[in-house]
Structures are given as C-alpha cells and as structure tokens.
Design a protein around this ligand. Structure first.
Ligand code: SF4
Length: 263
C-alpha cells in the first residue's frame, strides 16, 4: 500500500472545484514560482516551521487507506452539496501513485486534480484515469520568462496539456494573474491561442494576485523576494479570451482586487 505526505486538509472549500469540497494539499513541488504562497508545499518530506506559537511539524504521512477513510467520513455531505474531493499541493503529480490509490478507495466522490502540469507523462496518464476534472495552471507561455519566474522549463507543462486533452479529460485552465508578469496582453493572448482549440477545455479562470503571498516564508526560514513589483496595478483582462471565444471568468478571491487599468 502506498503512503503519501499531506501538509493540509481544508474542509468546506468553496473555490477548489464544483460545490463544497475537501481539499488535500500534498507536499512536494518541482517549481519555485516567485509568487508562491505555499512554500510549505515545496519540500516532499515533513519539516519543522518556527511560528510565534512555537515549533510545528508541517506534513503528515498517510497510507492511502487512512486518507480515503478520513475523506469518506465526509462523503454524504460532499455529495449532498454537489462537491467532492480536490487534490492540490505543492504539486500532486509528485505523488500520483498515492493519489490514484486513494481515489480507488473513495466512496463515489467527484474528484478534481489541481496541477501545475509539471510532472511525468506516466504520472499524468495514471491520474487521468481517476479524475473527473483537472484544474490546470498555465502561467507564462514565453519559455524564457517561465524559467525566470518559476525556475523551470514550460515545455513539459505544455506537452502534458496537449496529452491531457488527447486523453479525453475535462480541464479548467487557471491563470494566476501576477502584476506585470502574467497579466500582460501578450501573455494572456498567447495563453488564449494555446488553449482555444483544445478538446476538453471547460473554461479559463483568471486568479487575482494573492497579496498575502509572502506570509509563510519567514516561519520556514526563507525570505520572500518577488521578482516583480508587488505594488504595481494588477490588470484583470479577460478580453484576449473573449476575442478568441474562450469561456473565461475572474475566479473568486478572498483578497482585495484593484480595479483594471488600461495597458
Ligand atoms: S506550482 Fe504552485 S506550489 Fe509549486 S511553486 Fe508554483 S505556486 Fe508554489
């Protein structure tokens, strides 16, 4: 039986897929996005963080049986609210075999898989057999900019997206809007052109920048050093998608949103 490392389980989540959901955050991510607000999800192994309330262990091992049993306890309420379970991270493709074992043990629950797409083709094929809906992040289409702001090449991410589409999966594209980085006309237009004809596309969600992104870093002994100007006005620009007839929406956010400004 597989075991996995989970760093959070959020109940009654409203923005992680249809209906009311329980979201499982899996540890380990190959990217280092400059705007990441979950640096506690980067390292696969459990780790100690030093908060004001003292030291705390982040990350807990579960067997697939343990995690499925915990999620199945909520199955009635999740189904009654047209929700289900969402696997997020970190990057859940890093623990694909564990996730698929958990899925096999779930009691008829709708499954969303929230991924950056940066994983092996084998891992993606494995989870695609179990998942009802993918939330798939696209950040930057320009490969040089992607490497600069995330530390990784975007070629495998774009290739995996085409694979997912060819496998008949349904997916929502999620674009984190980072001021002056991902929210430019050029980038949003390139994303619209990349996804507009892909079978399986449900819609594009634009995610307003999280201005609390740096909140967790100091507890991990890290310094939040965004490679962009956090104070720059964020552009909430759906026009490139509308022009390409791609369904688009501004995703719900708990964070204050600044008004759009002209280019
Ligand atoms: S993919 Fe997500 S978890 Fe990984 S570094 Fe980027 S924002 Fe953070």
């Amino acid at each position: 039986m597989k075991s996995g490392v989970v760093f959070d389980i959020r109940e009654f989540a409203l923005h992680d897929g249809p209906g009311i959901r329980t979201t499982v955050f899996l540890k380990g991510c190959p990217l280092r996005c400059s705007w990441c607000h979950n640096p506690d999800g980067w390292i696969r192994d459990p780790q100690i963080i030093h908060g004001q309330a003292g030291d705390r262990l982040i990350g807990k091992d579960y067997t697939s049986e343990e995690l499925a049993a915990l999620l199945n306890e909520q199955a009635d309420i999740l189904r009654a609210n047209e929700g289900g379970v969402t696997f997020s991270g970190g990057e859940p493709l890093e623990q694909a075999e564990f996730v698929t074992e958990v899925c096999d043990r779930l009691d008829n629950l709708h499954i969303v898989f929230d991924t950056s797409g940066d994983g092996t083709e084998t891992a993606l094929r494995l989870v695609a057999e179990k998942v009802d809906l993918f939330y798939y992040d696209l950040k930057l289409i320009d490969s040089t900019a992607h490497r600069h702001f995330t530390g990784a090449d975007n070629a495998p991410i774009l290739s995996n997206l085409r694979l997912l589409s060819s496998l008949g999966a349904s997916f929502v594209i999620r674009v984190p809007l980072v001021p002056g980085v991902t929210d430019t006309d050029e980038n949003l237009n390139a994303i619209a052109e990349t996804v507009r004809n892909l079978p399986g596309l449900v819609r594009v969600d634009l995610l307003p920048y999280n201005r609390a992104a740096g909140g967790k870093y100091s507890n991990l002994g890290l310094k939040f050093c965004p490679l962009y100007d956090e104070q720059r006005e964020l552009r909430l620009n759906a026009e490139p998608f509308e022009r390409h007839r791609v369904p688009v929406r501004i995703a719900a956010s708990d964070m204050p949103i600044r008004k759009p400004v002209p280019a």
